[in-house]
Design a binder for this molecule. Structure first.
Ligand SMILES: [Zn+2]
Length: 597
């Protein structure tokens, strides 16, 4: 009975295998006339036999949490079946093309993609190079994101090189494969006459750096440093989860985006010859590289499977971005490329940036994560008062505090490094999924061996942060004393345009702010005299308590505003060392700021 059942089951499977052939997805992207900034895409979609087929273009790129409306760049959408019959289609919604395929087995879809914005999250094409942001180039069949896919690139005839993390198909020039669309979407592509810098291997895994006009600098010295940075990250995490990694340098601009086994970074070699800007560049590359662990594999549960139609919101970007920003510095420090002083200065800067924004009174770091889709990657700009913060500022500071707390509670037996390794092992490797906020906290508390309620309050509230307590665990001090800024405080920044003085910023809670002065108003007069930049500058020579009368204009309405000058107070947040650290403080600081052997 048992045996017979087995036979009939295997027969059934054989029959199913013949009738239900797995769908097959093949793309070809051609660059014929790069000066038109248009890519021509052909999408062979076989084996999806349905009355109609919905194909979709994502609206965002994972790693860049903004809606990018890629479908706007699509034109000349066309579908036919082999033999040439054209199929009817219509837009079912903003990013969905519904093809009335009437159970046809093979669909030949074609469309053009306009590529004019030079940025790491958008497609770009000109006579010199092409960059493919895959979520903005490749459509997928609704519900079939898990299908394997191949890609053939037909680059412009004058180009000789393609850089991508995709797996090349052996024996086929410019042909690549991906096990599913998530991998395709996570593999940007740069093509042109590119330059490949010397490659290097870490634990036997090759790392490439390929770029468009990477500029003038000592390639080998730079690659030697980059290798040390990569080694520091790998040394900490212990595992390399891919067969090769590519730094894709797209040319001038700003920003970078992390991907599974590559990163697309703006890079044109600017500043590579001065030590300070070179450290900044290495730190930026360390950030993107560390992301292949933290964000791509150790990830908030909301960040995969992705919602390509709407975007995926999480309140845990303070971990995915903030902790990555924390470790980018340690990759450099442990590689011996920055000093102890550089490290501490970096945290001072983050603390100052956070503390000097009124947003700290309004938005928690968890809210900043969740609202980044509306606020922008670094918080809002352009509002009269910025009620947002950046998780790139508060995140790394919280990471430092958490690290010190764990080290303190475990007598430096454990650290945030252990949290990251545990998350990698338990969630990425074992459970193959992201962590929830609750699970993240559980791992932290298990590592520390104590409840961490007062620390986690800082994540979900806008409570004042007790830096001194946490820095003290490593024998560090911080100057949080309020000190008066010399001169009287008005609180206005302005710029002159021809003879007009336009108010560009007003300090929140300053005398000008409290009197109702706002950015974009025109400053007409100060104490009855026509306003000039010089006159505005002289206000600070007055005394706190003096009265100043400003005349401002907005929308044709003039008003005179009397206000009382006051004194501005600031805190330096300078980090120092206590003169007599105890043994545990010394051990913690020494280990925290170590250089790898
Ligand atoms: Zn990042």
């Amino acid at each position: 009975m048992y045996k017979r059942l087995c036979i009939s089951l295997s027969m059934l499977i054989a029959v199913l295998a013949v009738t239900a052939q797995a769908p097959e997805m093949n793309f070809t992207v051609s660059v014929k006339e790069p000066s038109t900034h248009v890519y021509e895409v052909r999408f062979e979609c076989n084996g999806v036999k349905k009355e109609w087929v919905d194909v979709k273009m994502p609206v965002w790129m994972p790693g860049y949490y903004q809606i990018l409306n890629y479908a706007d760049n699509v034109s000349a959408f066309h579908v036919e079946v082999p033999g040439g019959d054209t199929l009817k289609w219509e837009k079912a919604n903003y990013n969905t093309w519904r093809i009335y395929s009437n159970y046809a087995d093979r669909l030949n879809i074609s469309y053009n993609v306009k590529a004019v914005r030079h940025f790491v999250a958008t497609n770009y094409l000109d006579e010199e190079r092409g960059f493919i942001a895959p979520t903005g180039m490749f459509m997928h069949v609704d519900g079939l994101i898990n299908q394997p896919v191949t890609l053939t690139i037909e680059p412009y005839s004058k180009w000789d090189r393609i850089a991508t993390g995709l797996e090349p198909v052996k024996g086929k020039k410019y042909r690549y494969s991906a096990p599913d669309f998530d991998v395709l979407y996570d593999s940007p592509i740069l093509m042109g006459n590119l330059e490949e810098l010397p490659s290097f291997s870490v634990k036997g895994v090759p790392h490439y750096f390929i770029g468009y006009k990477p500029g003038q600098f000592d390639r080998q010295a730079f690659i030697n440093d980059l290798k040390k940075v990569v080694e520091a990250a790998v040394d900490m995490m212990g595992d390399i989860p891919f067969k090769h990694y590519t730094f894709i340098a797209i040319g001038p601009g700003g920003g970078g985006i992390e991907h599974l086994n590559s990163t697309a970074v703006s890079f044109d070699g600017t500043g590579m010859n001065t030590p300070e800007s070179r450290k900044r560049m290495l730190s930026f590359l360390a950030h993107e590289y560390f992301h292949h662990y933290n964000a791509k594999r150790i990830r908030p549960i909301e960040l995969g499977p992705f919602d390509y139609d709407k975007g995926s919101r999480t309140d845990m970007l303070w971990v995915a971005e903030g902790i990555t920003s924390y470790y980018e510095r340690f990759c450099l420090k442990r590689a011996g490329l920055i000093t102890e002083d550089d490290l501490l200065k970096n945290f001072e800067n983050h603390i100052r940036a956070y503390e000097n924004k009124p947003g700290r009174l309004f938005q928690s770091v968890a809210q900043a994560s969740y609202d980044t889709w509306a606020d922008g990657p670094f918080g809002r700009t352009g509002d009269d008062v910025n009620k947002t913060i950046s998780y790139y500022d508060k995140g790394p500071v919280l990471a430092m505090m958490l690290d010190f707390k764990i080290r303190h509670e475990t007598r430096n037996k454990r650290s945030l490094d252990d949290v990251m390794r545990t998350l990698y092992k338990d969630f990425y490797q074992a459970k193959r999924r992201g962590y929830t906020a609750k699970e993240f906290r559980e791992v932290c508390e298990k590592t520390a061996g104590v409840p961490l309620s007062s620390f986690f309050e800082y994540i979900y509230t806008v409570n004042d942060v007790d830096y001194a307590k946490y820095l003290g665990y490593a024998g560090l001090t911080i100057d949080t004393a309020n000190k008066p800024v010399p001169g009287a405080w008005l609180g206005i920044d302005a710029r002159a345009k021809n003879d007009t003085i336009i108010i560009s910023a007003v300090d929140w809670d300053s005398p000008a702010w409290l009197a109702g002065v706002r950015p974009r108003q025109v400053l007409k007069a100060i104490d009855g005299k026509p306003a000039t930049m010089q006159l505005l500058g002289e206000v600070k020579n007055k005394k706190a308590g003096n009265i100043v009368k400003l005349q401002v204009e907005q929308g044709g309405v003039l008003k005179t505003v009397p206000l009382i000058l006051s004194t501005q107070f600031t805190r330096s947040f300078t980090i120092g060392k206590t003169s007599r650290p105890d043994q545990l403080q010394s051990v913690i600081f020494k280990d925290w700021s170590r250089i790898n052997p």
